[in-house]
Design a protein around this ligand. Structure first.
Ligand code: PMT
Length: 228
């Protein structure tokens, strides 16, 4: 039997940082472990991977099939995705992208002595996943992650529809020991056709291998369906 052709994965991972001044920024608790585990799993299954990563403390992956693209801000992550999405068969957006950035970035450190209360005026950042279909013209298999603390299914399904994903991977980040900056995770998969399945709590590396197997199968089914 001829082996199935290699797929090209684009994966986002880690947090983004939005500067306030030269020493301060807005960010979140993402460690990048989930996204890097997905990149290792996809490369381990023989696929090519563009890993677009915010600032993390994880070593550069050794697998030569993984091309690491380090970025810092949401705008840089958006530009890196935009430049590479056209080559991808599968895009998995596991990054915890900062939703807001300060409207004004001070070029000098803001001194405490100048401040009473400090009110920051924030504006929305680019919605990278939400731009994939229309603005960036991505026609491949699109996977979003949903980090929720309540109403997991309703919120994840709403995001999946609004951002036009084929699959939404939802994690309850209010649960101790899973989600942000932990070794383990537990996820629900919501499919665009209405189906759902649960992958029980396991190491992110184990879950990532299972996720890649599922995503690879669904992506190939979709490719076959659209080519006939
Ligand atoms: O990095 P770890 O410490 O291992 O933690 C893993 C994780 C909890 C970060 C990961 O499992 C996860 O849930 N990632 C998505 C986090 C998130 O930002 O979720 P969200 O529900 O706010 O966003 C929904 C989707 O839109 C995500 O695919 C996100 O990448 C994307 N998004 C969000 C905002 C934005 N401006 N652009 C985006 O592309």
């Amino acid at each position: 039997m001829t082996p199935a052709p290699t797929l090209h994965f684009l994966i986002t991972a880690g947090p983004t940082r939005e500067p306030i001044d030269p020493v301060r920024f807005i960010s979140n608790r993402s460690s990048g472990k989930m996204g890097y585990a997905l990149a290792e799993a996809a490369a381990g299954a023989g696929h090519e991977v563009d890993l677009i990563s915010g600032p993390v403390a994880i070593p550069v992956p050794a697998d030569p099939r993984i091309r690491l693209v380090p970025v810092e801000s949401t705008r840089q992550m958006y530009e890196a995705v935009k430049a590479r999405l056209g080559e991808a068969d599968v895009a998995i957006m596991a990054a915890a992208v900062a939703d807001y950035r300060p409207v004004q970035v001070s070029s000098q450190k803001v001194k405490k002595s100048q401040q009473g209360d400090w009110v920051l005026h924030l504006q929305k950042t680019e919605d990278i996943l939400g731009s994939a279909r229309e603005a960036l013209g991505f026609a491949g298999f699109l996977v979003g992650f949903a980090a929720e603390t309540e109403n997991l299914e309703a919120y994840a399904r709403e995001k999946m529809k609004r951002k036009r994903c084929d699959l939404m991977v939802a994690n309850d980040v209010s649960q101790p020991g899973i989600g942000f900056d932990s070794e383990e995770n537990e996820v629900w998969l919501f499919h665009a056709d209405g189906g759902c399945e649960r992958l029980p709590r396991a190491a992110k590396t184990v879950l990532a291998r299972e996720l890649v197997r599922i995503i690879e199968r669904l992506a190939r089914d979709r490719m076959r369906a659209t080519s006939t």
